[in-house]
Design a protein around this ligand. Structure first.
Ligand SMILES: Cc1cc2nc3c(=O)[nH]c(=O)nc-3n(C[C@H](O)[C@H](O)[C@H](O)COP(=O)(O)OP(=O)(O)OC[C@H]3O[C@@H](n4cnc5c(N)ncnc54)[C@H](O)[C@@H]3O)c2cc1C
Length: 594
């Protein structure tokens, strides 16, 4: 498949905070190829025609059926996109991975089973397995003959995954004996192969490939809020003997497996959430068109238009950020010399864009939560009963803010990773913050006279970046090594960074749509403008709170004056713009940019 982006110089991870990009250098959904669209349609038809009709059976824990569906997805080529043909995969780009995660989200329960197989088992075996392990397991995992699961979490160690207590005791013949228990494992009830993390001799955190036949037992199915059609159990290891060649990666290097898998998985979860958010707009739009109150469809009321308009805006922003990230990952992989069968370029690319993967996960899961909550609200009483899917979607989606690293952990990671890169010299954040300080102490600079479409928004995004720099720079100066103790400040910094990335991604996509004469480019501009208008208020509020936690008196007054100088966004008529987006969604019966 052709490379999906024409970036000449590929932006490094986090670099968008310091530099602006050109629309021509950014991948957007409007650039999808026919091949991309064909795979998306295949995945969509599979979920619509083969999964959703049997969802009740899955919810009754029919795991034989779940296995059959995984096999069917494999037959359709949906399982192996990240794995080269040499190992039985189909070796396509990350835009394709994104599209498949997006479409699979239409059945969240099966999407979880599929994700545990495709992202949490196949990916680690492919990326970290020995040649023998890959030959032994990948073809069977990729055909769906073997079902996989990922055992990282334990009762006492969820976010603190490296604090695992499961022990692997080394035997004189080089084998290991595993003892311990893993919690909340997706596919736990019926998987055949487990990626399990345990501490060798209680110290060296290590990943293992453990077959059920070695003696793994599953606990009972958890009674969950949602995802009833996905198996979630504990895994019990009681003197489970594991051969020496079952170590995945290296002894003591389990963190490399865990963290790299999470980089992939977070991005894909973001894709599933973004896709889920866009897809559910059709339920709201259709219901708003048909449900009548006070003699008119509820979609005629401004209060409902506001909700649908905002759903579209949020879906547009996360979608823009996701495709931009997929384009960057693909460009980075393409620019790294490697053999087709070698996954190290993909590992390096996902490491490079780990900040963006965390952003995808947090913004995606929160956008989805917003959309699903408003979807229930638009459905009124019908949203609260099981006759409509709205309540199931809402229950199913809540966990997205909890797994693959909670949103708190991911929020902390975003500024944490940016700062670490700055300190390593990989991201010139410190000189940029100093230059900004000088700029703010100097006389005001002449305002640009650019009045092209979206020029105000472009200036606003440039200002958000400076605010982000100001907050991060002040935080580093104020707290130094102790900054990691100041979680509230870091969370505000993360919120600003997320708004910068999403606002700029939406802006670049709308600019690109305008320049390329895309269909309904006017609506692209509407969505981007609303997002950026509202982001200005969020960025301002986060910055004020962060700065006030770091300074007081005259210093704080100077910082707030600088903030005022940076964020000079004149409010636009978002009422009208949201109405336009909502009217179009209602007219089409779904997401405006699908
Ligand atoms: C349906 C479902 C499926 C799952 N599937 C899998 C799977 O397949 N494999 C697997 O290994 N795990 C799986 N999990 C487990 C999941 O990854 C964990 O639940 C998650 O990582 C959170 O861990 P925890 O539940 O122990 O919460 P905790 O870590 O106890 O967190 C509780 C709260 O404290 C916050 N918190 C924790 N530490 C910090 C900190 N340092 N700073 C600030 N706040 C903090 C968290 O953000 C959260 O709000 C699944 C969970 C569910 C519910």
């Amino acid at each position: 498949m052709a490379t999906t982006t024409a970036e000449s110089t590929i932006l490094r991870g986090g670099e968008w905070l310091l530099h602006s990009s050109e629309p021509a250098n950014v991948f957007t959904p409007e650039q999808l190829t026919d091949e991309h669209r064909l795979i998306a349609r295949t995945a969509e038809a599979f979920v619509t025609n083969e999964v959703l009709p049997v969802l009740d059976k899955l919810e009754q824990k029919d795991w034989t059926l779940a296995r059959q569906l995984v096999r069917r997805a494999a037959d359709l080529g949906l399982l192996g996109v990240d794995v080269p043909e040499a190992y039985g995969g189909v070796g396509l780009d990350k835009v394709t991975s994104l599209l498949i995660s997006d479409r699979m989200s239409r059945s969240a329960s099966f999407g979880a089973a599929f994700g545990a197989q495709a992202n949490l088992t196949i990916i680690p075996v492919y990326l970290f397995g020995t040649e023998a392990q890959k030959q032994k397991y990948l073809p069977k995992l990729l055909s769906g003959e073997l079902i996989g699961a990922y055992g990282l979490s334990e009762t006492g160690s969820g976010s603190d995954a490296l604090g695992a207590r499961t022990r692997a005791t080394r035997q004189s013949d080089g084998s290991f004996v595993l003892n311990g228990e893993k919690m909340w494992i997706t596919n736990g009830g019926f998987a055949d192969l487990f990626v399990v993390f345990a501490k060798v001799d209680g110290e060296q955190f290590t990943a293992f490939l453990v077959e059920r036949g070695f003696g793994v037992k599953s606990g009972k199915e958890e009674h969950k809020m949602g995802l009833h059609g996905s198996s979630t159990t504990s895994l019990i290891f009681e003197d489970v003997k594991v051969p020496a060649d079952s170590v995945l990666g290296e002894v003591g290097k389990g963190h490399k497996v865990a963290f790299n898998v999470l980089n992939f998985a977070r991005f894909k979860l973001g894709a599933a959430c973004g896709g889920g958010a866009a897809n559910v707009i059709s339920e709201s739009a259709t219901y708003a068109a048909s449900r009548r109150q006070f003699g008119q469809p509820i979609g005629a009321f401004g209060a409902i238009k506001h909700k649908i308009g905002e759903m579209v805006v949020k879906a547009y922003a996360i979608e823009s950020a996701l495709y931009r990230t997929a384009g960057l990952v693909d460009a980075r992989i393409a620019a790294t010399p490697h053999e087709a069968s070698d996954g190290s370029a993909a590992v390096a690319a996902f490491e490079e864009y780990a900040v963006e993967a965390s952003i995808a996960k947090v913004v995606g899961s929160e956008a989805l939560n917003f959309v699903l909550d408003e979807n229930i609200q638009i459905h009124g009483g019908n949203g609260y009963v099981k006759d409509y899917p709205a309540e199931r979607h809402f229950r199913d989606a809540r966990v997205n803010r909890i797994f693959e690293g909670t949103n708190e952990i991911n929020r902390l990671l975003i500024p944490g990773m940016l700062i670490r890169r700055a300190l390593k010299g990989d991201l010139p954040l410190i000189p940029a913050a100093k230059a900004l300080q000088d700029e703010l102490l100097g006389p005001p600079q002449n305002l640009e006279t650019d009045d092209s479409p979206l020029a105000d928004e472009r200036r606003a995004v440039a200002a958000f970046k400076k605010v982000g720099l100001m907050v991060l720079g002040t935080a580093m100066q104020t707290f130094g090594q102790k900054l990691s103790d100041e979680q509230e400040v870091l969370m505000h910094a993360a919120d600003i960074a997320m708004d910068v990335f999403c606002a700029e991604s939406a802006l670049l996509r709308a600019q690109s749509a305008t320049l390329n004469g895309a269909a309904r480019a006017d609506l692209h501009r509407d969505a981007a403008r609303v997002f950026i208008n509202d982001a200005a208020m969020r960025v301002d509020a986060s910055a004020r709170q962060a700065l006030a936690a770091m300074a007081d008196g005259d210093t704080l007054r100077t910082l707030i004056a600088a903030l005022r100088r940076l964020i000079k966004v004149t409010p636009i008529n978002t009422v009208m713009l949201r109405r336009r987006l909502a009217d179009e969604a209602i007219r089409r019966g779904g997401y405006v940019f699908a």
